[in-house]
Design a protein around this ligand. Structure first.
Ligand SMILES: [Zn+2]
Ligand SMILES: [Zn+2]
Length: 175
């Protein structure tokens, strides 16, 4: 169980936006991130539940970007109550014994428990300021800042270079 990869999953779910309603896109994301069993079991009901979760997770990132630590913690605590952890030791597919946060149940439940625990772990280990919203307007993608100097401000290289070009043009106009 890698909680940082679950925190990344939360980011990916938020950034999928309405594309999350497309089962093919969500299945592709799950397969790309090694969650093949979840991808195979995904149902329409899971997708509806994940769309609701997505909105809640987006709220967490929005509050974090505004520096509202108390609101972030309240939102995450609320999500932790609604998506409780039921840890089980598992050893499937020839892997060594490892912890699963929850066993059985729906795909959406497992992904919700994972992404909420992932964010809770980042917030408590690294700080609320590690969650952010891309500053290259109009992009509103979420990101996770795992850099050693907390310097991340954009969701992607693409947005970083777009913002740099815009800043350069603004300087040139100002000169
Ligand atoms: Zn496992
Ligand atoms: Zn961006």
């Amino acid at each position: 169980m890698d909680l940082t990869s679950y925190a990344e999953l939360a980011v990916q779910l938020v950034n999928m936006g309405d594309e999350l309603k497309n089962p093919f896109s969500l299945r592709a994301l799950l397969e790309e991130t090694g969650r093949t069993e979840a991808a195979a079991r995904l149902t329409r009901r899971d997708i509806d539940a994940l769309c609701e979760l997505r909105d809640e997770l987006a709220g967490v990132f929005a509050s974090a970007a505004e520096g509202d630590d108390v609101d972030v913690v309240e939102r995450l605590n609320g999500l932790l109550v609604r998506h409780p952890v039921h840890p089980q030791i598992s050893g499937h597919d020839g892997q060594p014994w490892h912890l699963h946060l929850t066993e059985g149940g729906r795909v959406a439940d497992a992904l919700a428990v994972g992404s909420v625990m992932g964010l809770a772990s980042v917030v408590t280990r690294l700080g609320v300021d590690r969650l952010g919203i891309c500053q290259a307007t109009p992009c509103r993608n979420a990101y996770l800042d795992t850099s050693s100097n907390r310097s991340r401000r954009y969701c992607s290289e693409r947005c970083a270079s777009r913002a740099n070009v815009a800043a350069y043009r603004a300087r040139k106009r100002g000169a």
